[in-house]
Design a protein around this ligand. Sequence first.
Ligand SMILES: Nc1nc2c(ncn2[C@@H]2O[C@H](COP(=O)(O)OP(=O)(O)OP(=O)(O)O)[C@@H](O)[C@H]2O)c(=O)[nH]1
Length: 436
Amino acid sequence: MGLFDRIKKSLFGKKDDEEEKKEEQEKQEEVEQKQDDSEAVAQEEQSEESAESDKQEETEPIEEDNESEASGEVAEDEEEPESEETAEIEEEQETEPQESETTEEAETETDEEEPETEELEEDEDSSQEELYEKGLEKTNKGFGARLNAFFAKFRTVDEDFFDDLEDLLIESDVGYETAEQLTDELREEAKLQNARSRDDLKKVIVEKLVDLYDKGGNSEDEKLIYHPEDKPNVYLFVGVNGAGKTTTIGKLAKRFKDEGKSVIMAAADTFRAGAVEQLVEWGKRVDVPVVTGKEKADPASVVYDATERAINEKADYLLVDTAGRLQNKKNLMAELEKIQRTIKKLLPDQPTETLLVLDGSTGQNALLQAKDFDKTTKLTGLVLTKLDGSSKGGVVLAIRNEMNLPVKLVGLGEKAEDLADFDAANYAIGLFHGLV
Ligand SMILES: Nc1nc2c(ncn2[C@@H]2O[C@H](COP(=O)(O)OP(=O)(O)OP(=O)(O)O)[C@@H](O)[C@H]2O)c(=O)[nH]1
């Protein structure tokens, strides 16, 4: 199923079903009306015929004439209320069971149409969808609900409408540049689609937002890279203090372990003692070995040891945690470069991934950090953490619009399983469900 189909099914699906049912009912009523009409015509013709035969029978005895008139009246008296009542009853009876029949039919049809493999994929899809729904609850109640309240106030599509929308997007961390661009595009799109009603506009706006979340639309580019022939696949995690590097590495180690892969972690954040302990703790929790060094040891030496071990043990993955803050930015960048050089000494094609971890709840600050790191470190993708802690949600849009880097993972909670591949459809569903 395509991205828009999935979103449409999930967000607008109920409405579409209702519309379909309504159309079905209207069609049925039309058919009944036609039947009634033809019955009425038939009745008229019949009464005309009987009137004619009455005329023909005028010559016959008066008694019989009376009888036939009487019987005609009785017949008419009986027929009329009967046909009205029956029509009413028929209508009542027919509409009710038909409604449930339509639903049943629709359900059976979809059941029959979809092959088993798709059902399994759908199961996976729905568990990811649930993770997003749960993780984005706060954003849904914040950004999503603000958007909904904005529509509730909707009167007419004019310049004020688009100005207010732009303000709302800026307030929701979308950022000035993206908000302006988005509003301009929406103005055009609304004109193009001749969207005038509240529902039309809502659809145009949600579609446009989803389009931006899906930027490029090629989710394959957003998947974490894994080369089975290139073991170990080294993933280097960079980012400022507290962004969620250690937590993301722990969560990912669990995921890979659960997939049956062998994993080693390297605690190269020797700058902060607590960071090493934290990774060791994750190692115990998910049963993955952690290579550590002495306090304040050269992080590159820890990475060297860990890379050697990963090569010797033919590990599938080596996940490297780095320091978030040094005395100054220049030192931090120099340290990251040294780590990259050290890995390349042993494995020239590594690291497979250099992922910048950003705290998604810091809004525009996350975007600034992304731009900053992107200038100095060769990155392959982004990880947006703590999206469960943000009621704004706009930063994802800003990052998608202003960065040429894929968002590969999102953190949707503190638990080991609260890490998901970024998925535009699930993100949009989590953000807008219950609102559109
Ligand atoms: N709610 C929530 N909390 C998260 C998420 N990811 C990380 N955290 C929390 O954020 C805090 C900081 O995470 P760390 O993994 O220690 O961050 P770090 O980047 O390794 O920080 P340093 O080790 O200081 O460089 C911890 O309390 C984590 O539990 C997430 O997706 N959701």
